[in-house]
Design a protein around this ligand. Structure first.
Ligand code: AMP
Length: 450
């Protein structure tokens, strides 16, 4: 029985053909991940897919492999190749990464593909498009730009992938995405992936997909289970010295430090450089070549610390990231999940440390609500050794749970007090208005009565 189940979960049982199976074998992919197992057979049969999964779950292969197989079996004999598949992704880094994955998976298939993204000259991308391509991986802005210049056409698209849809919306690309969708042929297969499924994303999916197969993997739970997460409550002025203390620890082999803004990231980089800590920064003000160089240096281990803003860090896939440090708490709980998802990739374990200012407790509460885990909270005054020991401890320690439970109720109390304060404010405002009206009325009455 168990033998049968294991047999079923092999790539060979997903109806993939030999050029793809050969690559997967070479890449050392022994078994499909849950998103691949659930997506690949249906996508091969032509179903639209609505996938709820985040990066790190193997979703790139889940949508790429079926498209490669289908394109390979229906290759036209025309000399010039019109794009047949379009994959939209929110960031340049993710676009490059998906294109690189296609290069790997299509090793034994004669298909042409191109990455189209902004921040660099369009010339080389246009040159590749002019030679004819089968697959375009693109960010929405540059793609529309090229379409408007009549340098790219979507008329023959058969397969459409929208990756990281929630991020697309967060980054304000919804209109661009809608414009692109309107340019696609109605008869097509669409594969839609998002880490989260708030109403706006569900509505977008509804407009794009037809009777999709719904696939949801417990992605947010599985990787998070493998990440030891801690929070250091700290005053803002102490954050730099706390960061330096953490970075000086030798157990931090490969670290991404998340910082809220580009300017702050530059400042932190300067401060670290001044005291001899080698690091580099990626954010959207950096040129694409500088971003790519920083990322490559980090991947190759030339630098062990990378500072990043949320936008630039999207799509970073470095298997050996040992630690994530949230120098600033993320704006949304979903961002927290994306950030810490940069570690514990490809089956590894990871450590995430967040520096939380006392005024940001509500953010912490929301994160805990989303991931359904009470995080291990440490006060910044504790010794470094104690901190590091705590990081590897089991978060579910009962004593800590008790402390956290009281913290939880305190936060809830603060939350409800805030609501009460807000309500009281509006009542006072309303009463003041009424008083004003009353005195006006009295004045008028006095005038009338002489
Ligand atoms: P993704 O979620 O697509 O960004 O993939 C995350 C990482 O998992 C990438 O480094 C992939 O190379 C790797 N990966 C994808 N599928 C598998 C698999 N079936 N077995 C092992 N590693 C995989």
């Amino acid at each position: 029985m168990i033998g049968n189940l294991l047999e079923k979960t092999k790539f060979e049982n997903l109806n993939l053909n030999s050029p793809l199976l050969k690559v997967l074998n070479e890449e050392g992919y022994d078994y499909p991940t849950p998103i691949q197992f659930q997506t690949i057979p249906s996508a091969l049969q032509g179903s639209d897919i609505l996938g709820v999964a985040q990066t790190g779950t193997g979703k790139t292969a889940a949508f790429t492999l079926p498209i490669l197989q289908k394109l390979n079996s229906t290759q036209s004999r025309d000399k010039f190749r019109h794009p047949k598949a379009i994959i939209l992704s929110p960031t340049r880094e993710l676009t490059i990464q998906i294109n690189n994955s296609i290069k790997i998976y299509a090793k034994y298939i004669a298909l042409k593909h191109v990455a189209v993204f902004g921040g660099v000259k369009q010339g080389p991308q246009v040159a590749l498009l002019n030679k004819g391509v089968d697959i375009i991986v693109a960010t929405p802005g540059r793609l529309l730009d090229l379409i408007n210049q009549k340098l790219c056409s979507l008329e023959e698209i058969k397969y459409f992938v929208l990756d990281e849809a929630d991020r697309m919306l967060d980054m304000g690309f919804i209109r661009d995405v809608e414009k692109i969708v309107n340019l696609l042929p109605k008869k097509r297969q669409s594969l839609f992936f998002s880490a989260t499924m708030p109403k706006t994303v569900a509505k977008l999916a509804d407009n794009i997909l037809k009777n999709p197969k719904k696939v949801k993997v417990k992605s947010t739970v599985t990787p998070i289970d493998r990440i030891s997460q801690s929070v250091i409550v700290i005053e803002p002025q102490e954050k730099i010295s706390q960061l330096v203390t953490l970075l000086n620890d030798n157990s931090l082999k490969s670290v991404i430090v998340f910082i809220k803004t580009k300017h702050k990231a530059n400042r932190v980089c300067q401060k670290l450089t001044q005291i001899g800590i080698v690091t580099d920064v990626i954010h959207s003000n950096k040129s694409q070549s500088a971003r790519q160089k920083a990322l490559n240096d980090f991947k190759e281990g030339k630098i062990k610390i990378l500072l990043a803003t949320d936008i630039a860090a999207r799509g970073i896939d470095v298997e050996a990231v040992s630690h994530i440090i949230n120098f600033d708490m993320p704006s949304t709980p979903e961002d927290y999940v994306h950030r810490i998802g940069r570690t514990a990739r490809a089956g590894a374990n990871g450590i995430a440390i967040s520096l939380c200012e006392p005024s940001e407790r509500l953010k912490l509460f929301r994160i805990e609500e989303l991931i359904n885990i009470k995080l291990n909270v440490i006060k910044s005054e504790r010794s470094k050794l104690e901190l590091i020991e705590n990081f590897s401890e089991n978060n579910q320690n009962s004593n800590k749970s008790e402390v956290r439970n009281t913290n939880f109720s305190k936060i809830k109390k603060i939350k409800s007090l805030k609501v009460v304060a807000k309500k009281t404010k509006s009542i006072i405002k309303r009463n003041a208005k009424k008083d004003k009206l009353k005195s006006k009325k009295k004045k008028v009455e006095r005038k009338i009565n002489g």
